[in-house]
Structure formats: C-alpha cells, structure tokens
Write a new protein. Structure first.
Length: 566
C-alpha cells in the first residue's frame, strides 16, 4: 500500500496521467529522443524580452481610473506589503513614507515568505500515514523570512536554495527548499523512496524556477513543451548526489553532497524506478541552452538565475504581479509553456521582468515601483479576499492580541476536538503557553496532513506539491467559521474590551474607534446611527453592553470590507 501511495504522488505531478503510455514512452528514451525544432523555440515565453524604449509601468498598463481614496489606499498597501491592517500611526503618514516603513518592517518578510513557501511545498511534517514531525524544518522557513527582510537579491535568494551548501558564503539552511517534499522514511523500498523524492525536487525546480510543468516528462516526453523524458532525468541528475537511501530514517532539512554509493544517473523507463534505462549526464533542458561539461548543482543555480534566463524572469514577474493585483498577467503562473495562456499584456510582463535585474534584483525596490505607480493607486481594482493566514492575523491585530515574537519552531495551535481527534496521539496537543497561540500565522505549525481549519477553509494549499496560485473558493462554511468559531468570538471580545477601556460606553466614540481599527476609515453618519441603534437593541437582547459591543465588533470583522481588500 505504501508503494502505491508513493507512486500515486509520482503521478500527481503529471497532467496527462493515464494517457502517458501513449505519449512517446519508449524503452530507450535517449535513442528515441526527438530533436528540438525551431518551431519549438518560437513559443512566446522562450523569446528574449521585448522592451519598449522609455516605457513605464503606468504607460504600459494603460490609463488609471482615478486615484483611490486615501483610507482605502492605505489599507490596500499595508495588507499588500505586510499582511496586516494599518495601525493608527500609519493612517497619518505620507504615502511614500508609509511604503518605506512597511518595506522596512519585519512584518514584510513574515507576509511575503508565504507565497514562496507555497511554491516550496513547505511543511513541518512528512505527510503520508504517520505524518511524522520534522524537528528542524522551521529553520528553512526562518531563513526565507530573514532573507526577504534583509532584501537578499532575488537571484541570490534562489541560488542559495538550490546550492547554498556549495556556493561561496552560502547558507546550507536555504537548501531546505530542496528537502521540503513529502516523504515516507519507513517505505520498504528505499530505491522507490529516493526515486520519488528526486522526481519531486526536479518537478518543483521546474515549477518554481522556470514556470514549467516539467513533472509531465518523468514518465514520457512532454506532450506539449520541448522537454523530453531524457531532459527530465538529465535535470534530475544535478540532484542525484543530494539524496542517499537511508534505511527508515527521514531525509535531513538541508541538502548534503554524497560522494560514495550514489547510483549512476539514468533515465527510468516509463518513470518506473524498477526499470533503469540509459545513463545520462547532468544537463539543462536542451531547448534552453547548452550545458558546460562537468556542471554541478551550483552551476545549475547560477544558470537558472542568470539575467539571460527569460523564463526565470517572466515567471518571477508574473507571480509578483499576481500577489499585488490578485491575478497574474499570464493566467497560469505555474505553466508558461504551450498549454499555459499568453499574457494579456506581454509588453507589461516583459517590462516588469526586465525591471527586476535593473533594480539590482531587489524585491523591495520592485515592490515600491509597483505600489507607487498610478496603476496600483487607482480606484476600482478588483476586490481580493484575504487569505486564511491574513484573516487570522488581521483579527489578532485589530483586537490587540497579536504576539510579535518572531522565529523558532512552529507553534501548535488549539484544534477543535473533532479535528484533533483524527490525529495520532499527541500530534494534536497545543502549545502550553496561550500567548504563543497569538503569534502570526507564518509561525503556526505547518502539518501536511491537517491544515488549521481556518486555513483549509480559505484555500491554503496542502503542501504536497508546489503551488503557484491558490484556489479562491466561496463557501458557506467560511462565513460560519468567521462568525461562530471560538477564535473569532474571542478576538471580538478582546477588541470590545480594548475599546471600552479607551472610550467607556459612549456609543458614537466606540463605533468610530471600532470602524477606524477594523476598516482604517471613519464611519459615515448613517453607520454611526445604525451602530448606535444596534448597540442599544443588542444590549437588551444580550444582557449587557460589553456583550453587545463584542457582537458589533464581530459584525465588523465579518463585513466584506474587512474580509476583502479593494
């Protein structure tokens, strides 16, 4: 059964699945490898960047629809750059000064780390039947946060994760990216285990670094893109000496180079670990260039992040735009290949891709270029729902409960009894210190087999494979969670207590302060009148003013204006 489960994971990365056997799956994938043609190379994503002289983000994006109101814009940029609603002090700052302070805040890295951890399929457990803990996995998560906060140049940020153990001055903790895959240490066949782990690494590097679905080629030639099965295993060969079969032991949180007992790099016929085929050298995909003789993982890292690698630049720019505007310029950010969709505005995507190296590979500078643009500051952007992590952090923040402690092992949060009861003994135990439960969501223990209910309801990926774009569902349980959960009601009570301490029982002052805290704006006269009536009537129903104020705060935290950002 365990072997079947791992083989199922192997197949999960292949969109063709059962059709694979009919798509150039041969008994000698090297001998029968089809050549790369000029037609293959003409696909838009493989072409050099096309940059118009004198172009800017605003000129390429088109005319803005008028500037957004100040309060809306401040809330938008605070949530975009830090994942947290604005504080009182933020509301009075000049816009550019605010942007600079947000980019300098530790909250910036804590927020932006999550989009990369989605790509890295990060979790702190193995997955599968036992979902065993990985006691040091959090060190990779902390490395990502710290690297983003110190604005490590993005090309170096990626290089470190592929070869931090090999590069001068590199940090081996960064290579947790390679080792973050689901794993089954007690699998009977360690050869199968190694095979699946290496295929996962190769597929993830393709998705995260190139924006291509290379995993389709582990069993057969890619049916659409010019990637052969031999190409897949040549790329995999860069990682063959990072994983050594270790009987019933977990893989480490960092990559290691093994010099003895490493099998020869081979193509595996139809992706079957029991059918090793011809030996292959480590090499980049043929359609993307030639490979120096004797290239190793460090060379791969440098090649992947080179300024001339247009797929790397376009994939990065596309995802960055997606995080700021809610949708990417090319609709399928995990697949810029033939089956993906061409960008609606190719000139803008190429300009943004070229701007990253022009800005010294600084993500913070590129963020500033984007959020200072008229395109970003205009009114009428499509509303975007906050992620589950952002919603939880926002509720903790406005209620005054957010614990700013950074780093360290993931915090095990309280689980409903009916959820925790599905776990193996002690896996569902919460951290004994309640103050730890109020830390940012990035520090919540990331279990692969069980996401926190709030995160799962709001579409957090399952960390089984790289996720370039989260789903965004709308379901009734989401509303029920936000209004009925103990967490939401506790946050509402904490917010009410904080407001009462400042403003007593003066209804209009409380409504003004609550609206400003939750929505970053002043209430209208109609909202003040309606709020006062609600508090009066609810006090009679609830049996006390504090209870009615908590209900009012809960209603604000359930409003579309709180749950969405315009």
């Amino acid at each position: 059964m365990k072997g079947v489960m791992l083989r199922a994971l192997l197949w999960s990365g292949c969109a063709c699945q059962l059709q694979a056997a009919a798509i150039r799956a041969t008994d000698d994938p090297v001998r029968d490898e089809r050549p790369v043609t000029e037609e293959d190379r003409r696909h838009w994503a493989y072409q050099t960047l096309q940059i118009k002289a004198g172009a800017t983000l605003d000129s390429l994006a088109g005319p803005a629809m008028g500037m957004a109101e100040r309060a809306l814009l401040i809330r938008r940029v605070c949530l975009d750059l830090t994942g947290l609603p604005p504080r009182e002090a933020d509301l009075a700052k000049d816009y550019e000064t605010l942007v600079d302070s947000l980019l300098a805040s530790p909250a910036y890295g804590e927020h932006w780390a999550q989009w990369w951890l989605d790509l890295a399929r990060f979790a702190e457990t193995d997955g599968f039947e036992y979902d065993a803990d990985r006691p040091r996995a959090w060190q990779y998560r902390d490395w990502v946060i710290a690297a983003l906060n110190r604005d490590l140049p993005f090309d170096e940020f990626v290089r470190q994760q592929l070869a931090g153990d090999l590069l001068p001055g590199g940090d081996p903790a960064a290579t947790g990216f390679l080792m973050a895959a689901p794993d089954m240490p007690d699998l009977n066949s360690q050869d199968e285990r190694r095979h699946v782990l290496l295929n996962d690494i190769t597929s993830t590097v393709g998705t995260a670094g190139l924006g291509l679905t290379l995993g389709c080629a582990q069993c057969h030639d890619h049916p659409y893109d010019p990637v052969s099965q031999a190409d897949f295993y040549r790329l995999r060969a860069f990682f063959d000496n990072t994983i050594q079969p270790k009987e019933r032991k977990p893989i480490g949180p960092e990559a290691r180079v093994f010099t003895e007992g490493v099998p020869v790099s081979r193509v595996f016929i139809r992706g079957d670990f029991r059918r090793p085929g011809p030996a292959v050298p480590a090499a980049y995909p043929r359609f993307l260039g030639t490979t120096p003789q004797g290239a190793d993982r460090a060379d791969l890292a440098r090649w992947l992040t080179d300024e001339g690698n247009v797929l790397f630049l376009r994939a990065t720019a596309n995802r960055l735009w997606q995080q700021h505007f809610g949708r990417p310029l090319s609709e399928v950010p995990g697949d810029l290949g033939v089956q993906g969709r061409p960008p609606e505005n190719p000139a803008l995507l190429d300009w943004l891709a070229a701007e990253l190296p022009r800005q010294g590979w600084s993500l913070k500078r590129l963020h500033k270029v984007i959020v200072m643009s008229k395109t970003y500051r205009q009114a009428g952007l499509a509303p975007r729902r906050l992620t589950g992590e952002m919603l939880r952090d926002a509720m903790l923040s406005v209620s005054g409960r957010l614990n700013p402690k950074a780093g360290g092992p993931g915090v095990r949060l309280p689980l409903p009894a009916e959820v925790g009861g599905t776990l193996i003994k002690k896996q569902g135990d919460a951290h004994p210190d309640p103050a730890e439960h109020d830390r940012r969501s990035i520090y919540a223990f990331a279990r692969r087999n069980l996401r926190l209910p709030m995160f799962e309801l709001f579409d957090r990926p399952d960390a089984q494979s790289a996720c370039a774009r989260r789903n965004e569902s709308t379901t009734a349980p989401q509303a029920l969670m936000l209004i009925n959960s103990g967490f939401a009601q506790d946050c509402a009570r904490s917010l009410a207590a904080s407001l009462s301490k400042q403003h007593g029982s003066e209804a209009r002052a409380l409504i003004t302060a609550a609206t400003r805290r939750c929505l970053a704006r002043l209430p209208s006269e109609a909202e003040l009148d309606a709020g006062a009536v609600f508090l009066e009537q609810q006090t009679e129903r609830a049996g006390g003013f504090n209870e009615s104020l908590a209900d009012y705060c809960l209603a604000l935290m359930n409003s579309n204006e709180f749950v969405f950002v315009d």
